[in-house]
Design a protein around this ligand. Sequence first.
Ligand SMILES: NC(=O)c1ccc[n+]([C@@H]2O[C@H](COP(=O)([O-])OP(=O)(O)OC[C@H]3O[C@@H](n4cnc5c(N)ncnc54)[C@H](O)[C@@H]3O)[C@@H](O)[C@H]2O)c1
Ligand SMILES: [Zn+2]
Length: 377
Amino acid sequence: MHEPLELDFSVKYKHRIYFTEGAFNVSNPILAQLLQSDKVLIAVDVGLITARPTLLTEIGAYALAHKLSLTRPPFILNGGEASKADDKVAQQVLAAIESDKICRHSYILAIGGGAFLDAVGFAAAIAHRGVRLIRMPTTTLSQADAGVGVKNGINTFGKKNFTGTFAPPVAVVNDFDFLLSLDTRGRRDGLVEAVKVAILKDAEFFNRIEVLADTLMQADKNILGEVVRRSAELHARHIAQGGDPFELGSARPLDLGHWAAHKLEVLTKHRLSHGEAVAIGLALDIICAREIGLFPAALAERVLVLLEKLGFQLYAPEMHLEKGRLLMEGLEEFREHLGGRLTLVLPVKLGESTQVHALDADVIRRATDELKARASQ
Ligand SMILES: NC(=O)c1ccc[n+]([C@@H]2O[C@H](COP(=O)([O-])OP(=O)(O)OC[C@H]3O[C@@H](n4cnc5c(N)ncnc54)[C@H](O)[C@@H]3O)[C@@H](O)[C@H]2O)c1
Ligand SMILES: [Zn+2]
């Protein structure tokens, strides 16, 4: 009488990521093979068009050569953090899906930075309860991390990613040629996610980034591509094979440095990019890990030096607002976003991490003070 009907079911996903160059060269078959449908809607980040004005012509020629059924010329929309600061871009995409009669068998190809992919991906995930999405990340950060995952989202109530879903894309196409039009800041941004995932999962990769550090900021797509690719692989492998792709538990094992980073992005009103905020959050977590005896001091120094060598500032005055109280709120917001018990990942050595469930306010204060002193040296 009181026994429930219980039915187990599972859904199999394939996480497919292509690494390529010249995706819109007519001779490159990847997109033509992926976009076989009678309806394709292409959405492009306006910042990308500004940086690479020939892109629209390239897309047009490619679509013509491969007889792609575009429902309209590429839909150019706001990019950058503004595109997910409210629901405007998401609503524009929803309206296009409705008016172009995009269905669950059609494709949306989203081309742009991580913020843009988050906003367009959110619209694609909720329209008809999920339209097929192909992501083309175009920044180092989105190719190395944001774009190769399964999440999307927009900010609501002033909170990062408050509204969003888990929705694996049909495929991700990482075209290293896009990285060439990034400015120094844009190029640097994604490297911090590579450093982060190397600390957590791959000591060899960390050593390799150290070796490449001096050359990484030059616009050499082979060197940049090597680091971006390894970072994407480590992130994607963790998501697909780490046992919790939809983050049902209380841990976010790849989010080293992110509790503070998310708060700092908001506190600085996005003066700091995601990558810049993660660099500070990473430095903070590393010092905290050292302070509580988890992470050896010599390794902590190597991490800080590497981040500085890559050109990251490791302090923002907002960390000390209201004697650090505002930054501390980030811990609770991080816990709230996941629910359950506070769970932070901290490294114990390069390539290995552990979980902690509390971080003392004094430890955080010592770490912020140290970063301030270090920045003024
Ligand atoms: N969904 C996820 O799993 C996930 C993971 C990590 C980060 N993120 C999100 O990703 C966002 C950050 O992404 P981002 O670092 O790519 O920044 P971004 O999307 O804000 O892009 C930065 C700027 O670069 C421009 N741009 C894009 N491609 C370009 C190119 N090839 N050349 C020149 N300019 C170009 C954009 O128009 C924008 O102005 C954050 O909102 C973060 O929360 C999401
Ligand atoms: Zn990140």
